[in-house]
Design a protein around this ligand. Structure first.
Ligand code: PLP
Length: 423
């Protein structure tokens, strides 16, 4: 691709972008009366304008129907989650019955670990990436303890090679093969939050299965960012939050994938609740848990209608745009950002991109390592209407998202950096 570092070029790209109108569907935060350049969808996605009406609809239903809203009106609450499964399944490459929307991410991760981390004898270890998001680290650590193991013994962390920032797939696969007789689970991120690296989920799952171990992924930074084929890749389970790329509001609900292979497996241990119980008998209030088939059988509590209403509005936008088209734009937009950073780095490297250069090994985010005065640069950007995010000790994460970011946004970001470093 031949990019150009000019405003005219950026505007031309925006003009030719078939998805350009989707920006209109979002509220853009303001800075001094103007739109910010919001490059932080990896942390908290923007509010779809349709979210308020979706929420309002359920508030009205609650006001007018009270408890009868569970079974009356459009989209009764009893089955409210079902259309969300269908919309979400398209994003992660699953069958609708393999997906359920419920709870929040870390809670769901624990529920999945209860079912899929089943240490026995010599096989008690979990293989994961070093430097995973802290919530995932704490979940694995406390699950290991829950089963009576010391986390240092039970958790096997794979790090990038000395002097490298990202993982080589071959190293992950080799580690799985090497530790095959000790492993009980392989569990990694789909997209690493710090580096933005996309892990080769298909290859990792295949290697785990060759070692006779289940394999799961945390898709917090993958869902709505990169297309996936969880079903075909044969992944056992996955979890994701919906407030990052999926634009479903702070603390929003979460998604769970359980492969169809496990749909009817009532022998899997679970932490159950009434909402996972056979729907036909749920209100008979009888003893003895009978799980629903599929991912719904992992539900615990009754559905959180208000967060799900917002999520549904957002998922509708993804359905309208199409994840493959979004991905095509995303690769170009992030490629443009990379091009501008490389120009900035002539003749001297000012910002090191630690995200993989291969578009297939990254989503929309580029992580920029700043060697000097990083925090100061970040604060200056924020004070000037560029919304990004800072990760200790020295990384600025920049995430142009294809739904509401433009080539002009990326161009302006590049211009600001150039001016900053020329001072
Ligand atoms: C954002 C994120 C979380 C946050 O967990 P919550 O339960 O939603 O608070 C956890 N893990 C990863 C990998 C994340 O990126």
């Amino acid at each position: 691709m031949s990019f150009q570092n000019t405003l005219a070029y950026a505007q031309e790209q925006d003009h030719a972008d078939p998805l350009r109108y989707f920006k209109e569907h979002f509220h853009i935060p303001q800075h001094n009366g103007k739109d910010t350049v919001y490059l932080c969808g990896n942390s908290l996605g923007l509010q779809p304008k349709s979210a308020r009406a979706a929420l309002e609809e359920e508030m009205t239903k609650w006001a007018e129907l009270g408890v009868e809203g569970h079974f009356k009106g459009d989209n009764p609450w009893f089955t409210y989650h079902k259309p969300l499964s269908e919309l979400s399944a398209a994003l992660v490459g699953a069958k609708p019955e393999e997906v359920v929307i419920m709870n929040q991410l870390t809670v769901n991760l624990h529920l999945m670990l209860v079912s899929f981390y089943r240490p026995e004898g010599k096989r008690f270890k979990i293989l994961t990436e070093a430097g995973a998001f802290p919530s995932d680290q704490y979940a694995l650590e406390t699950q290991a303890k829950f089963h009576g193991y010391h986390p240092d013994e039970a958790i096997l962390e794979i790090a990038p090679r000395e002097g490298e920032s990202t993982w080589r797939t071959e190293d992950i696969l080799a580690a799985i093969a090497e530790h095959k007789d000790e492993l009980a689970l392989v569990m990694l991120s789909g997209v690493h939050y710090y580096t933005g690296q996309v892990f080769d989920m298909a290859a990792i799952t295949q290697a785990a299965h060759a070692a006779g171990v289940p394999c799961g992924f945390d898709l917090a930074h993958a869902a709505g960012n990169v297309p996936m084929q969880l079903h075909d890749w044969d992944v056992d389970f996955a979890v994701w939050c919906t407030y990052k790329y999926l634009n479903s509001g702070p603390g929003g609900t979460s998604g769970v994938f359980v492969h169809e292979r496990h749909a009817q497996n009532n022998d899997l241990p679970r932490f159950a609740g009434w909402w996972g119980h056979d729907q036909a008998q749920r209100f008979q209030m009888k003893k003895g848990f009978i799980p629903m088939a599929g991912a719904e059988g992992w539900q615990v509590s009754n559905g959180q209608i208000l967060p799900m209403a917002v999520h549904k509005a957002s998922l509708q936008i993804f359905a309208d745009a199409g994840i493959e088209k979004l991905r095509a734009k995303s690769e170009k937009l992030t490629g443009y950002l990379e091009f501008l950073i490389k120009e900035l780095n002539q003749p001297k490297e000012l910002l090191e991109i630690i995200t993989p250069a291969d578009p297939a090994a990254r989503g929309c985010q580029l992580s920029l390592l700043v060697n000097q005065n990083g925090r100061q640069l970040f604060d200056t950007l924020m004070a000037n209407g560029f919304i990004l995010d800072w990760r200790e000790p020295n990384v600025i994460r920049v995430a142009p998202t294809p739904l509401y970011n433009t080539f002009e946004d990326v161009y302006r970001f590049g211009q600001f950096l150039t001016a900053h470093f020329q001072k």
